[in-house]
Structures are given as C-alpha cells and as structure tokens.
Design a binder for this molecule. Structure first.
Ligand SMILES: [Zn+2]
Length: 134
C-alpha cells in the first residue's frame, strides 16, 4: 500500500490485498517459514492443500482446525502490521520476527480460547500439523 502504488515490503508489484497476503515476496517468505515450522511444505492462503488434506483426515479434530485457522489469521494479521510499520513508522520488519509473533500470539489464543491447558511453549515451538495434538 505504498503511496506511489507499489508494495513497500518487497518493492514489487502494485499493492492490493491479493498481493499483500499471497503474492508479495515478503508474505511468501513468512508463509514459507510458518509452513516449515508446522512441518508441511505448503501453507498460507495460496497453498493450503496439504494442510486441508491433513485436517480432512482429522474430521473430528476441531482443535486442529481451530489451530490452523488461528495460524492463518495471525499470519495475515502480522503481515498487515508489518506493512503498517513500513508505511507509518518507516520500520522494515524482519520475516523471522513476524513468524515469532505468530507463534506467540497463537500460543496465547490456544491457551486461553481453545482450552489447550496442557500446551507448553517448548512443545508449541516444535508444533507439527502432522503430529497434532501436541
Ligand atoms: Zn510485496
């Protein structure tokens, strides 16, 4: 959402929501790191197939579905905040910091909202979509 029309995160194509959350080089790197953390090769709004396959097999596992949803929402949210930081504060956010914020935020959500009381930080850091529950 650069004032000149281009994306300020990757200095790439014109900014609009499809670019910001899916096509942006910065966003792609964030999704790639989130996927890597979750033990899958593809993740994010433009590549949820692998995660969908995993969740399809886990029909009754609402906690896994809630976790996937929370990760997608938090990732979009922190990509959006990175864009705002760039525009309004002149701060260039690092991909790893975005992924770390996603991990912390979703951990807090799951502990408080999904009632995953047994969830502990070191297990969460080694989270895997394949080996859920944690
Ligand atoms: Zn971009």
């Amino acid at each position: 959402m650069g004032r000149g029309g281009g994306c300020l995160l990757c200095v790439g194509a014109d900014e609009f929501s499809v670019h910001l959350f899916m096509l942006c080089l910065f966003a792609s790197m964030v999704w790639e790191r989130v996927a890597e953390w979750g033990g899958v090769s593809i993740f994010g709004p433009n590549g949820l197939r692998e995660v969908k396959e995993i969740t399809k097999e886990e029909v009754g596992n609402n906690k896994l579905k809630m976790t996937v949803c929370a990760i997608v929402m938090a990732t979009c949210w922190y990509i959006w905040l990175a864009q705002n930081d760039r525009i309004f504060n002149g701060i260039l956010v690092v991909v790893r910091n975005v992924v770390d914020k996603v991990k912390v935020q979703v951990f807090a959500w799951l502990k408080s909202r999904a009632k995953l009381v047994d969830l502990v930080w070191h297990k969460w850091c080694n989270f895997s979509f394949v080996n859920f529950p944690l």
